[in-house]
Structures are given as structure tokens and as C-alpha cells.
Write a protein that binds this ligand. Structure first.
Ligand SMILES: NC(=O)c1ccc[n+]([C@@H]2O[C@H](COP(=O)([O-])OP(=O)(O)OC[C@H]3O[C@@H](n4cnc5c(N)ncnc54)[C@H](OP(=O)(O)O)[C@@H]3O)[C@@H](O)[C@H]2O)c1
Length: 334
């Protein structure tokens, strides 16, 4: 597996793994034994970073990963494995999609201790601010994270969904290893905003929802197929008219996939990995067959002609619907 350097010295597999869906958002939590089997296979297939957040499953996703790490230690498995987690989104008790952004120093310290405990580790390899509060003092937030690095509680600092100006300001205070933002063929905005600045500053880029939340696999045609609590049922891009028009974009991806003897999901991931030498992607799946399919995208190379055909088909202005509800749009691009 090809590796990618995030920041100065944090190396991870180009294809790493996003664990969110094991606990929620894409249906109910997967039974424990199945989720542990997926995580085990993730590592066997060469991924060296698992991405989680304290808010996924309200702590349950980190606890699951904690049990997985414990079972690895019990089996004396020593292969490299980095854990990335996030703080900053406090969820409403009653409404899964309502949350408050909290970046206060006291909260960061409390959240970090709670994540360390749930994960059962002494150090979080990469610790992201999940969202930044525009009203918070950035220097106070980054200085608190820098203190956690000095104390050995976190290895590296990451920021999610930040603007170029914020990244520059943060990097001036302490090295930032990675920016994590949504990026895929159907979310290409990072190309004209944050990605060039990451490149200039030597900051890594971690692409989340790299399969467009499953859309780019070409297998999801209708939200009615999804579990009643699946997040995509309320996501604007998956609503009736938007989804129908968005599905019209897929034939070019399917055509390039056929030329490569690959699947659309593999082709979408390979396109993404080709965008930048310091980019890692964190596709998520609850399914072992799809996991193997996705990891099979490593090493797949598209020609310049194939890249430009895909980029022409998936112009940002051709994608219908915002990527989040108004509540979810809060805190993007701060
Ligand atoms: N920083 C942030 O704000 C943020 C936001 C969202 C996500 N993330 C991170 O990014 C990770 C990945 O994002 P994501 O899970 O939202 O989206 P994704 O990786 O783009 O897509 C995941 C969805 O696609 C389906 N899928 C995966 N591989 C497939 C395949 N080969 N064929 C058909 N369907 C496939 C999965 O269903 P099955 O499980 O049924 O395969 C799942 O529903 C998350 O786990 C999380 O760690 C971060």
C-alpha cells in the first residue's frame, strides 16, 4: 500500500479507513462481532489509519475501536496502526443532528481525556478539531492543542473543513499535520480553496466521504432502500429530484471503470488519490466485500485523458443539492 506523508513526519496509508458508519449515520450500529471483523480486515489489507470522532455513536465508535485495539494487544499484533479522532461537536441529547460547536480550552482537555479513555490509549495519533466556532479564539484553540502535543497526549494536530485563512493562521502557531474535508468527484470545492494552500504549506489532506457517501459506487439509486434512520434520507443531494439528476452523471464514471476493469467505487477512489501526493482517503464501509473492493483501488492509475473526462462530467456546478442540511452546514469553511 502506497503511503502518504501528512505534515512533516506523519505517514499513513493512502487508503485508510473511516469507521463512522460502523456505529451510526448509515443505519443502526453493526453487531460488535461484524464490526470487529471489518476492523481486523482493514488492517490486514494494509490500512494504517482508522478515523473516528468522539461524536460518532456518542462515544460508541471510539469504544469499539478501543476494544479492537485491546484485542490486537492481547493477540500481540504489532503492525503499525494510527488512530485519528476529533473533538468539538457537542450533540443535543434529543436530536441526533443538532449540535453545538465547542472549542473552549476546558472542553478540549475534557474531550481529549474522554477520547483517550474510550480508546484505551495513552496518545491519540492525530487529533482534529471537528468544527471550529467562528466566535472562538483560534490562537487559544491551537495553543491548547499544542500543549496536548507537548504533554504527549496527542501526536499531531488536524483541522476539519477550515478555510485557507484559518489554516494559514493556525499553521503560524503550530504545525498542522492535516486538513480533513469532504472531497470526491461530486465535492470538488477543495480544489479551488483549501487544497492549494495545504500543498503550499506542506499540510496533508484527508479526504472524507470519498465515495460521495456511497453515491459514486453507482449502487445507490433510491433513498427508499435505506434504513429509516439513514442520514442520507435528509441529505439534500439524495432528495428525489436532485438524486435523479445527479445519477445522470454516473455513466462517464462507469465507462472509465469498464476501461480499467475496475468498479466505479475503485475508479472514484483512484481518481482522488491521483489529485495530490499528500492526500489520503478514508472510505467507510460496513461490508467486508466492499472493503476489499475499495482497498483494491490502491495501485489503480487513470490516464490523463480518463482524469479529464471524469472532471468534465463531474463539474461542481453540475451537482445538485447542498452536501448537508442547514444545521450541518454550520461550521464549514470557518
Ligand atoms: N470530518 C468530518 O466532518 C467527517 C464527515 C463525514 C465523514 N467523515 C469520515 O469519513 C469517513 C468516510 O466517509 P463516509 O462514510 O461518510 O462516506 P463514504 O466513504 O464516501 O461512503 C460510505 C458509504 O458508502 C457505502 N459504500 C462504501 N463502499 C462501497 C462500495 N464499494 N459499493 C457500494 N457502496 C459502498 C457504504 O455502505 P456499506 O457500509 O453498506 O458498504 C456507506 O454507506 C467516515 O467514516 C468518517 O470517519 C468525516
Amino acid at each position: 500500500m502506497d503511503s502518504r506523508l501528512l505534515g512533516d513526519n506523519f505517514k499513513v496509508s493512502a487508503l485508510s479507513y473511516g469507521a463512522m458508519g460502523l456505529s451510526e449515520f448509515y443505519g443502526p450500529a453493526l453487531p460488535e462481532a461484524d464490526a470487529l471483523a471489518v476492523l481486523g480486515r482493514v488492517v490486514e489489507l494494509g490500512a494504517t489509519m482508522i478515523d473516528t470522532a468522539d461524536m460518532y455513536g456518542r462515544g460508541q465508535n471510539e469504544e469499539l475501536i478501543g476494544r479492537f485495539l485491546k484485542s490486537r494487544r492481547a493477540g500481540a499484533e504489532t503492525g503499525e496502526l494510527n488512530i485519528a479522532t476529533k473533538f468539538g461537536l457537542e450533540r443535543s441529547v434529543n436530536d441526533s443532528y443538532k449540535r453545538r460547536i465547542n472549542n473552549s480550552p476546558e472542553y478540549i482537555r475534557r474531550a481529549c481525556e474522554a477520547s483517550l479513555k474510550r480508546l484505551g490509549v495513552e496518545r491519540i495519533d492525530l487529533y482534529y478539531a471537528h468544527r471550529l466556532d467562528p466566535a472562538a479564539d483560534l490562537s487559544e484553540t491551537i495553543s491548547t492543542l499544542a500543549a496536548l502535543v507537548r504533554e504527549g497526549k496527542i501526536g499531531h494536530i488536524g483541522l476539519c473543513e477550515v478555510s485557507a485563512a484559518t489554516l494559514r493562521a493556525a499553521q503560524a502557531i503550530h504545525p498542522i499535520a492535516a486538513v480533513q474535508s469532504e472531497y470526491s468527484l461530486w465535492t470538488r470545492e477543495p480544489e479551488s480553496s483549501i487544497l492549494p494552500v495545504c500543498r503550499e504549506l506542506g499540510v496533508g489532506f484527508v479526504a472524507y466521504s470519498p465515495l460521495g457517501r456511497g453515491f459514486l459506487s453507482g449502487r445507490l439509486k433510491n433513498v427508499e432502500e435505506l434504513a429509516s434512520n439513514d442520514f442520507r434520507r435528509s441529505n439534500p443531494r439524495f432528495q428525489d429530484d436532485n438524486l435523479k439528476r445527479n445519477l445522470d452523471l454516473l455513466p462517464e464514471l462507469e465507462a472509465v471503470a469498464r476501461e480499467l476493469a475496475a468498479t466505479p467505487a475503485q475508479t472514484a477512489l483512484a481518481w482522488l488519490l491521483g489529485r495530490d501526493a499528500r492526500l489520503a482517503a478514508i472510505p467507510g464501509t460496513r461490508n467486508l466485500t466492499r472493503l476489499e473492493e475499495n482497498m483494491g483501488a490502491a495501485g489503480l492509475v487513470l490516464s490523463d485523458e480518463q482524469n479529464s473526462r471524469l472532471e468534465k462530467a463531474f463539474r461542481p456546478e453540475s451537482i445538485l443539492g447542498e452536501r448537508y442540511t442547514p444545521e450541518g452546514m454550520k461550521g464549514l469553511g470557518v
